[in-house]
Design a protein around this ligand. Structure first.
Ligand code: SF4
Ligand code: ZN
Length: 269
């Protein structure tokens, strides 16, 4: 017997062919409720899952994230792989936050580095897919932010699956793509899924916070319609993702000759 949210996720997986039970799915666990919910849902639906956590090294906040992640994996009895940003890139992320010349937000930098580690390690672990906890509100906000920032072409990737058809790129799936934040809160609250409550002390995403406010007065029905409309826009502007370059420094898939992570690494210590 499945609850409403479980059935919705099951339907999304089927409709968009996100994964199958022979594949190895790596859940990107952050310590938050959304990724904990994905782990719980895919485990309940019988998928072959393991977890991966990137320890960003932000003091007590990161320690608490890791604690929550370990607890989720213990409860679900799934294998956990932990990677430490400082060890992987050779310097603390805080140094890059402080010294980046392009005035990128901390969250943008953090996202670039986490994705770089995730993709490389998921490939080494021979994972077929990486599953993340992005939900409907995250996706609506990102779509609008791409437009506000003058990069509407980035929305061609809007959807529950990101696949570049490149063998070095591990396909990313978003099983909660159509699930609202409120549904996830209720679900994880009911199951008492271990997750952190505190907000990251380095969070600097004023743009996202402002965009988030725009959605506060919009009804559920309107948000559902928007998802449909945005998917249609994405289909129309779809670009060919199959032409991938490889970073001249690290060899990872990249749009440009040097990937964004390696550009950040050029910052002097
Ligand atoms: Fe990284 Fe931003 Fe999340 Fe903090 S809030 S962990 S800086 S992405
Ligand atoms: Zn690189």
């Amino acid at each position: 017997m499945f609850s409403e949210i479980e059935q919705k996720v099951k339907d999304t997986i089927k409709k968009y062919n996100l994964c199958n039970k022979k594949q190895k799915i790596l859940i990107a666990l952050s310590g938050g409720k959304d990724s904990a919910a994905v782990a719980h849902l895919l485990n309940k639906l019988g998928y072959n899952i393991e977890a991966i956590h990137i320890d960003i090294g932000l003091g007590k906040y990161s320690e608490d994230c890791l604690k929550a992640v370990r607890e989720v994996c213990r409860r679900l009895d799934i294998k956990l792989h932990v990677y430490n940003v400082k060890q992987e890139i050779g310097k603390p992320i805080i140094k890059i936050f402080k010294k980046n010349p392009d005035r990128l937000s901390n969250c943008t930098i953090c996202g670039v580095i986490k994705k770089w580690i995730l993709n490389r390690e998921a490939r080494k672990l021979k994972a077929d897919k990486i599953a993340t906890g992005h939900h409907r509100e995250d996706e609506l906000q990102t779509f609008l932010m791409n437009i506000f920032k003058g990069s509407p072409q980035l929305n061609s990737n809007f959807g529950p699956v990101l696949d570049t058809k490149d063998s070095k790129f591990v396909i990313r799936i978003k099983p909660l793509f159509f699930i609202s934040e409120k549904e996830i809160e209720d679900y994880s609250g009911k199951l008492k899924l271990p997750s952190i409550r505190e907000i990251c002390p380095y969070r600097k995403e004023t743009y996202r916070v402002e965009t988030r406010k725009l959605f506060e007065k919009i009804s559920e029905k309107e948000k559902e319609n928007m998802m449909g409309n945005f998917l249609e826009i994405s289909r129309r502007i779809k670009t060919d993702n199959s032409q991938i370059n490889y970073c001249k420094i690290c060899g990872e898939p990249s749009r440009k000759n040097i990937c964004r992570k390696c550009e950040l690494m050029k910052i002097k210590k």
